[in-house]
Design a protein around this ligand. Structure first.
Ligand SMILES: [Zn+2]
Length: 373
């Protein structure tokens, strides 16, 4: 039997390099190589001149060699880590911690490893997720594609007492109307208003996974927060993200009834009876995606805020898509991606209270597509 990819040497080939590298200078050089692709030359962020600039060793900076510019910059100037206070070694350690977390990475655990506050880690990981949101591959999926929806956030805690009462009684009880999204016709008698309101935070994430081949799991996937798991949202997804020639498999939810009009073949599996039919119809790639995402919600991150749910969904799409790559390849992919990006839109100024206002979802990605602009 072939070796499982998680047991292969390639899935743990980074520790040796990281352990041998305690010097700040080596870490800086690693970051510089990721950013400029060269050991010895740098690109000035102000004028763009690419050459060996004057080194200001004591300040870990360079001074631009162009006499008309003379801009002073460091390896992180103009990147998402512009103005950081973390040491270069700790930046690499946080990248490593993020990369290693199969079910996401706990903020507290990473902060203990590096010796910074959880808030620092939150902003750092937020920037990585911002890059993942920006680089999620939106080209239409083809071949065999599975689609399914999963519900996240907005789960009230179980109340103390298990007596049910009709929902209308809620208004009498709290003097207020039940929040929207509250679809259940009854509530538990022990429910508090604050607890009940959590239901309004419930979101549906619809994932689309393209098969990598027989028994290979998914090769490429996407996930979007939608307003509901219904026909109109599925239509929008099918139009933009699924190739018309694809074979699509879903469960028997009414939302997917429209798919026949947009794709070559549509098969369904009845989850009341089985996960996979004898003919091989299933949506197991989506179930796998949601299983990992759910374990992260419960076990590692202990809950998402709806505002950042799409960011987390993109993180798990990235983890899913690159799960079989060698560890150093994944690490360098993150490093190069972030070091060649510009200053963060959503996390710069986070410490001064400038937090992102909007919640991302399907509309955000549709606006990014060239055809719908
Ligand atoms: Zn310059």
């Amino acid at each position: 039997m072939t070796q499982h990819h998680l047991h292969s040497k390639e899935s743990r080939n980074l520790a040796k390099t990281l352990n041998g590298m305690n010097a700040e200078a080596a870490a800086e050089q690693w970051l510089a190589k990721a950013r400029w692709g060269d050991d010895d030359k740098q690109g000035c962020p102000a004028c763009g001149l690419f050459r060996k600039h004057y080194r200001r060793k004591a300040r870990q900076q360079w001074r631009c060699a162009n006499p008309n510019c003379s801009h002073e910059f460091s390896v992180t100037s103009g990147t998402p880590f512009h103005g950081h206070k973390l040491s270069f070694v700790n930046i690499l350690r946080l990248f490593s911690a993020f990369e290693n977390g199969a079910k996401g990475q706990s903020l507290l655990e990473a902060s203990r490893r590096v010796g910074c506050t959880p808030k620092t880690v939150q902003a750092f990981f937020g920037k990585i997720r911002e890059w993942m949101v920006g680089t999620m591959d939106l080209r239409p999926l083809d071949g065999t594609v599975h689609i399914d929806g999963g519900y996240f956030c907005g789960k009230p805690r179980k109340p103390n007492r298990k007596i049910r009462m009709p929902k209308d009684a809620l208004k009498v009880r709290f003097g207020r109307k039940a929040p929207e999204n509250a679809s259940q016709p009854w509530i538990e008698a022990g429910m508090t208003y604050r607890n009940w309101c959590k239901r309004a935070n419930k979101r549906v994430v619809i994932s689309l996974c393209q098969s990598a081949g027989h028994r290979m799991g998914s090769g490429r996937s996407m996930a979007f927060i939608c307003t509901a798991e219904n026909e109109s949202e599925v239509t929008r997804l099918a139009k933009h993200f699924i190739h018309p020639e694809s074979r699509v498999m879903t469960d028997e939810s009414n939302a997917y009834g429209v798919l026949g009009a947009y794709v070559a073949e549509h098969y369904t599996v009845s989850h009341a009876h089985e996960f996979s039919t004898p003919e091989g119809v299933s949506d197991n790639m989506c179930e796998t995606f949601f299983s990992r995402f759910r374990r992260s919600e419960y076990g590692t991150l202990h809950g998402f805020r709806p505002k950042y749910l799409q960011d987390y969904a993109c993180e798990f799409v990235w983890r899913e898509n690159h799960r079989r790559h060698a560890q150093d390849k994944r690490f360098n992919m993150l490093l190069t991606g972030l070091m060649t990006s510009s200053v963060s839109q959503w996390w710069a100024g986070y410490w001064q209270g400038r937090h992102r206002k909007e919640e991302l979802g399907l509309d955000y990605f549709l606006a990014r597509l060239p055809s719908t602009k």
